[in-house]
Ligand binder design. Structure first.
Ligand code: NAP
Length: 289
């Protein structure tokens, strides 16, 4: 067991609520594996306490932290530097200390594209279909854009929210690569795409029988297309099971979760993180829950 002493350095994650976060599990296991004297803790921070928390973190010399709902955008004006990828997404999920103050990035983008990069695809020929237009969709859209995908089709149930989502992108090239579609058009879109991504919570535990794409529409998915669900409980989701029946390549939400965490850890500890250990720790934890 890791002995916590007066020299132990502190990392963490902030959110509201935060008790369901899986980050402490994978980070503490990775730190123990690397024999590093750090501890990673979940901090419940109410939105009205965000600035106070940041000042407190500075006072106690916290090395860095992750940020989850609802602080990913609210933290931005409180940081001294935000790197280009986080600027593009419009949200920060990882912060670290530098001599000039707190710096922020967004490792969700790298987390999302990590399992895709292992597949050798001509991304510029692929027009992804993305279900949902919330926070996670922002990292997914940025990731697809970074991969060099063609038209990025965003599907949602509320046209005015979809239009707001499109217009919210500051990068003109990215904004122009987005086309919005009402969910009623899904049937046609599913049959045409080689990359279908679910960023909605539909199908997440305990609603495991739900799927963002009906069984009938899923039958249109081309064999060899990629079906990617950001959800990691259950694993696989009904959406991924239906995709697998069509002969699709399926990717669940665990690699994204692990890779965004690994990218953050690398910034803080300046060492290559043990991705396999992090994956195993989460798979074990989730299977025992
Ligand atoms: P969010 O900001 O609340 O966005 C959810 C999106 O899903 C919204 O566009 C919402 O549509 C849509 N939606 C919600 N319920 C729906 C329904 N019944 N039918 C159709 N659309 C629906 O949430 P988020 O932060 O993006 O997270 C979304 C999912 O991604 C969650 O399951 C989360 O666990 C997962 N996630 C995974 C990772 C990972 O590392 N694997 C990272 C981030 C998030 P409206 O705008 O119309 O309400």
């Amino acid at each position: 067991m890791h002995l916590i002493t007066g020299k132990t350095k502190l990392l963490g994650v902030i959110g509201d609520p935060i008790e369901h976060s899986l980050s402490p599990v994978m980070h503490n296991e990775a730190l123990a594996h690397l024999n590093l004297d750090y501890v990673y803790v979940a901090f419940p921070i109410k939105p009205s306490h965000l600035a106070t928390a940041l000042a407190g973190f500075e006072a106690i010399d916290l090395v860095g932290f992750n940020i989850t709902i609802p602080h990913k955008q609210a933290i931005m004006p409180l940081l001294s530097e935000i790197n280009p990828v986080a600027q593009m997404v419009g949200a920060v999920n990882t912060v670290w200390r530098s001599p000039s103050g707190w710096q922020g990035t967004n490792t969700d983008v790298l987390g999302f594209i990590s399992p895709l990069k292992e597949l050798n695809k001509d991304w510029h020929k692929i027009n992804p279909v993305i279900l949902g237009n919330g926070g996670a969709a922002r990292a997914v859209v940025t990731g697809c854009f970074q991969l060099g995908c063609g038209i990025i089709k965003i599907v949602g149930r509320n046209l005015s929210k979809l239009e707001q989502f499109k217009q919210s992108w500051k990068d003109e090239k990215l904004r122009n690569s987005i086309v919005i579609h009402h969910v009623q058009e899904l049937s046609e879109l599913v049959g045409e795409t080689e990359l279908l991504v679910n960023t909605t919570p539909v199908g997440m535990y305990p609603h495991v029988e739900e799927t963002p794409v009906s069984e009938i529409v899923m039958k249109k998915l081309q064999p060899g297309a990629i079906a990617y669900d950001l959800i990691y409980t259950p694993n696989p989701t009904r959406f991924l099971k239906l995709a697998q029946q069509q002969g699709a390549i399926v990717i669940d939400g665990l690699p994204m979760l692990v890779n965004q965490g690994a990218a953050a850890l690398e910034i803080w500890i300046q060492q290559t993180p043990p991705i396999e250990i992090m994956t195993q720790s989460l798979a074990r934890y989730l299977s025992n829950k």
